[in-house]
Design a protein around this ligand. Structure first.
Ligand code: B12
Ligand code: SF4
Length: 506
């Protein structure tokens, strides 16, 4: 095997890869689901690396379950030689701490996932101790090449897809910049070398069934415990294990129809329905899972796929799976059989972006085909079918006025009172690097694209709402607090994503 050109040559230990999902930064508010479900990205990556480079040992950790300190202890105690970190906007500070410490041990970290991908160049300029950023929607190929490079194989670094790197301890030579905004289409599964089918319909079959043993047992026990504490009351059967899975990706909304607050790539890809059920069966064997969070961006978008999953459900599963999925109100109302298919598959809870109780703000965010009436009908349909609804609302977009805010507050109270909602998520709009509002801040010159994305997410939300919407940030927070208290009165779960928890306490 060729000697590494880029990594410290003096490893006197077997190569060992640590893949970490950075936990939320201190003070971040939680969504109702938070901490109850495992981060899947690092498990999927770890499974892939272990399968393709079996001589390498892989460890995975979720910072939502273990502290940064415990993760950093592994650098030394486990002789880690390669570190990959999954970085979201809300876990950026924790990711930086983990990377800084690893660089001190001579292990330059590689960053991936949404936040890192969307801010790669600025991020590396601001924090040169980070090894590289992978901007891929499917990080498997790039990570494998980097790991191979780290063990001394000769890899043409220019052929690593979606890589951003400056000249540093990890990757010497000319900087490589992958500009995700200009090259978004390159991230598609259609363009992936791994997908030799050239189609989307079974593309995700290239990814192996996730090896859940890459997380230690205490992770699984923690998810189960937290899940039972929060959602146990929604189930009649005993919950034996909880997991995430991902056998479909993307959303029917594309181009100008994408919701304005959405920051995701939304590339459409599926597994075969057989692989879907194989994942379910295997997860049940691995960790006794009977609750599955299928994290497809919008499961209801794909009628044909959903039907095929319903039609191929094995009769001999030997247990009753319960699924939690994302759905759109418009699909549940306009596709007459969608709720029926959901029931057949075993969907017991649907996460719906209801967004607003005012047509003005709702249609600003989602377009003219959505309406409050459709949202209401979808909730009624779900309730009639005995399926729970998790509804999320976004306050303070540019179309928001005191009147629209009042309409939203009243609508939420109405659906809570009528028992149409089991979980409520409500938060002020957060401009993210890759959503309409984040881009708007850049266009208006309020924020520069070259800057490291502001550390305090609350401040960027305040900046946007105070300057661009018809209400103040404080009014949005007051409404969120009022609705959280209302939900608590009715004993339903509530939370707020992507904002600081202290905002709701003061
Ligand atoms: C499941 C899910 C959760 C689960 C699991 C969390 C997790 N970190 O995975 C739960 C419910 C716990 C959760 C919590 C939160 N979530 Co969440 N979640 C998702 C969801 C729906 C799916 C993610 C997933 O599993 N995809 C499938 C796996 C296989 O793919 P993947 O994770 O994208 O990973 C691939 C690539 O990204 C890449 N990759 C990922 N990491 C790395 C690392 C390296 C080194 C490399 C090379 C590549 C790489 O390769 C992977 C394999 O192909 C996404 C939306 C989406 N569709 O992406 C939101 C999403 C990731 N969540 C989001 C948010 C905001 C949160 C919370 C902050 C909410 C809150 N306030 O509590 C917390 C964060 C908790 C945390 N720090 O992990 C945002 C992030 C926005 C942003 N720009 O950062 C997203 C994008 C949704 C959104 N637009 O609002 N979430
Ligand atoms: S429905 Fe969901 S996944 Fe689709 S564009 Fe809207 S926010 Fe994004």
């Amino acid at each position: 095997m060729n000697k590494s050109r880029h990594w410290p040559q003096e490893w006197n230990t077997d190569p060992k890869v640590l893949l970490v999902n950075a936990g939320n930064d201190e003070g971040m508010s939680k969504i109702a689901n938070d901490g109850c479900f495992p981060a899947l990205g690092v498990l999927a990556l770890g499974t892939y690396i272990q399968k393709n480079i079996p001589e390498i040992e892989v460890l995975c950790r979720d910072g939502q379950v273990v502290s940064n300190k415990k993760i950093m202890n592994l650098y030394d105690s486990e002789n880690i030689t390669f570190l990959g970190i999954s970085v979201l906007s809300t876990s950026y500070q924790n990711a930086l701490d983990l990377a800084y410490q690893s660089a001190c041990y001579g292990i330059p970290a590689v960053f991936g996932n949404d936040h890192a991908a969307q801010t790669a160049e600025a991020l590396l300029n601001a924090h040169p101790y980070i090894g590289a950023v992978v901007g891929s929607e499917y990080g498997e190929e790039a990570l494998e090449m980097l790991v191979r490079d780290s063990i001394g194989e000769i890899i043409d670094l220019d052929s690593i897809p979606h890589l951003t790197s400056t000249s540093n301890q990890l990757i010497k030579g000319n900087p490589r910049i992958f500009d995700i905004k200009k090259k978004l289409s390159e991230l598609s599964i259609i363009n992936s070398k791994l997908n030799n089918t050239g189609s989307r319909t079974t593309a995700l079959d290239i990814f192996p069934i996730v090896d859940r043993s890459l997380y230690p047992e205490d992770h699984w026990a923690t998810y189960l415990k937290r899940y039972k504490e929060k959602f146990g009351h929604l189930h009649n059967d005993e919950i034996t294990g909880v997991t995430t899975m991902n056998r479909a990706r993307g959303c029917s909304r594309q181009g100008h129809l994408i919701c304005k607050h959405c920051d995701m790539g939304l590339d459409i890809a599926f597994s075969s329905p057989e692989k879907f059920w194989e994942e379910v069966k295997t997860a049940h064997k691995q960790i006794a899972a009977n609750v599955f969070y299928e994290v497809c961006d919008s499961f209801s978008s794909f009628g044909r796929f959903v039907k095929s999953v319903a039609d191929t459900k094995p009769k001999d599963l030997g247990f009753d799976p319960h699924f939690f999925v994302y759905g759109q109100a418009i699909d549940l109302v306009r596709r007459p059989k969608m709720v029926e298919y959901f029931k057949k598959i075993g969907v017991f809870r649907v996460n719906i972006g209801l967004e607003a109780g005012s047509n003005t703000t709702l249609q600003h965010m989602k377009g003219k085909f959505d309406s409050v009436a459709i949202n209401y009908t979808a909730l009624k349909k779900l309730k009639a079918a005995g399926i729970h609804a998790y509804g999320s609302f976004v306050l303070g977009t540019e179309a928001e006025t005191p009147e629209t805010l009042t309409q939203t507050v009243n609508f939420v109270k109405k659906i809570v009172t009528e028992g149409l909602l089991q979980d409520l998520e409500v938060q002020p709009i957060l401009p993210l690097p890759n959503n309409y509002y984040g881009r708007d801040l850049v266009i208006k010159g309020i924020i520069s694209r070259r800057e490291d994305w502001p550390k305090d997410l609350g401040s960027i939300s305040r900046l946007y709402i105070d300057q661009c919407s018809g209400i103040s940030y404080n009014q949005a927070i007051e409404a969120a607090v009022e609705l959280r208290e209302f939900a608590a009165m009715y004993g339903i779960n509530f939370g707020s994503g992507v904002s600081n928890e202290s905002t709701y306490q003061s």
